[in-house]
Design a protein around this ligand. Structure first.
Ligand code: GAR
Length: 192
């Protein structure tokens, strides 16, 4: 794993597809003195991602490329990541699957946040599944990204109680609040 050398923060890109609340949270964390990372690039596979607005707000470069051809998009991103000297990637609500060859280029340097207690509920609709199955606990996971979907080594997890009154929407909100606490902790754990 990359280690923090001297006082320089590790140049990091955040990949998003939507609202970007985890992105905003990571940007705020990156500005804290003892944060190991700086956020230097925001990538989205869609120009509709609301989170792209944080590019202007925090003066961070952004780049959009749709994944109609994943191969072309990934080649463009890789060129940009190398040009910007990016050493670490945080997936934060990024809803596309990266290819094995892309992941190999950044081996051990891509992490993802997933809204379930992996290995339970890989993929989509995690909160609906948890409620339909009458689970008592839900949660979120930060893990390293490998070529196998939502299956890389787990860095940190947080459990959240599911109440009888919870709906997929209320559960998603509760889990998201915990995601915002967990992502910075996981990054500190990786680099410290
Ligand atoms: C988060 O709940 C994140 O865990 C989830 O998307 C949401 C993004 O919210 N990610 C996945 O489902 C990845 N498979 P945000 O855009 O507000 O950070």
């Amino acid at each position: 794993m990359v280690k923090l050398t001297g006082l320089k923060k590790i140049k990091t890109a955040v990949f998003i597809s939507g609202t970007g609340s985890n992105l905003k949270n990571l940007i705020k964390f990156s500005k804290i003195k003892n944060s190991p990372i700086s956020i230097d690039l925001i990538f989205s596979n869609t120009s509709k991602a609301k989170g792209l607005r944080f590019s202007n707000q925090f003066n961070i470069k952004k780049y959009v490329s749709n994944f109609k051809s994943a191969k072309i998009a990934e080649t463009k991103i890789l060129n940009l990541l190398n040009k910007e000297n990016i050493k670490f990637i945080c997936l934060a609500g990024f809803m596309r699957i990266l290819s094995k060859s892309f992941i190999n280029e950044f081996n051990g340097k891509i992490v993802n946040i997933h809204p379930s207690l992996l290995p339970k509920y890989k993929g989509l609709n995690t909160h609906i599944k948890a409620i339909q199955n009458k689970d008592k606990v839900a949660g979120c996971t930060i893990h390293f990204v490998t070529a196998k979907l939502d299956s890389g080594k787990i860095i940190l997890q947080k459990k959240i109680k599911i109440l009888k009154k919870d709906t997929p929407t209320s559960l998603a909100k509760k889990v998201l609040r915990q995601e915002h606490k967990l992502y910075p902790l996981a990054i500190k754990k990786i680099f410290n």
